[in-house]
Write a new protein. Structure first.
Length: 213
């Protein structure tokens, strides 16, 4: 009987510990030093850059064995620009922030698979077939860009804190991916990229690029 009670108490203590650890560590939201500069785009996510890829209107198709040709989400951003993919793991902060002042134009949530987002299946480093949420955003000067939350094998819940037409400030929290995964940023052609593959990004602090006009 004492042994059984001991097991029950241990199970309860472990459950409380894991819940507290999840709330305190996995859902932490540390203060960030936001630049407050309308000319720069800060990283929306805390993680590691796994791909930086230039694109134009002639190279918007990715070939996948099971899906054929897939449009790469760029048609409502610009005719050319840069795709930056940031890989998150369970140690990273899971909240996403607005890269620059502006507004949310549209949001598009797409149901999909939950394949391992760590394994890069194409040159973009993106799991296009996975469940994802797209924010199309616009700066006060009219530049459009996207932040895309992508689910993974463990991250099966994407949370969106915004709505179309909502104004956002640089560094505002706009969403959450529970247990990490991927965040992809689509920047227009007139933004100079200032990061490189392998860089570790801090949400709201690391400058991904700077507007050139």
């Amino acid at each position: 009987m004492k042994f059984l009670k001991g097991l029950i108490y241990t199970a309860i203590a472990l459950t409380v510990f894991l819940f507290t650890y999840y709330q305190v560590w996995f859902l932490r939201q540390p203060n960030r030093n936001i630049p407050g500069n309308s000319q720069v785009f800060v990283s929306p996510a805390n993680g590691k850059i796994v791909s930086i890829h230039k694109w134009n209107s002639q190279s918007l198709v990715v070939t996948k064995e099971e899906y054929g040709a897939i449009n790469v989400w760029t048609k409502d951003v610009d005719t050319a620009g840069t795709i930056i993919s940031i890989q998150m793991d369970v140690t990273n902060v899971h909240y996403q922030r607005a890269p620059v002042d502006g507004k949310v134009v549209t949001e598009t949530y797409t149901h999909g698979s939950f394949h391992n987002a760590v394994q890069m299946s194409n040159e973009y480093g993106i799991r296009f077939e996975n469940e994802h949420n797209e924010y199309l955003m616009e700066t006060p000067t009219g530049k459009k860009y996207k932040v895309i939350q992508i689910a993974g094998f463990l991250a099966r819940r994407i949370v969106d804190y915004t709505k179309p037409g909502q104004a956002v400030k640089q560094g505002d929290v706009i969403g959450l991916i529970k247990l990490g995964s991927q965040v992809t940023v689509l920047l227009p052609h007139d933004v100079e990229v200032l990061v490189k593959n392998g860089d570790v990004t801090i949400d709201g602090e690391t400058i991904l690029g700077k507007a050139v006009n």
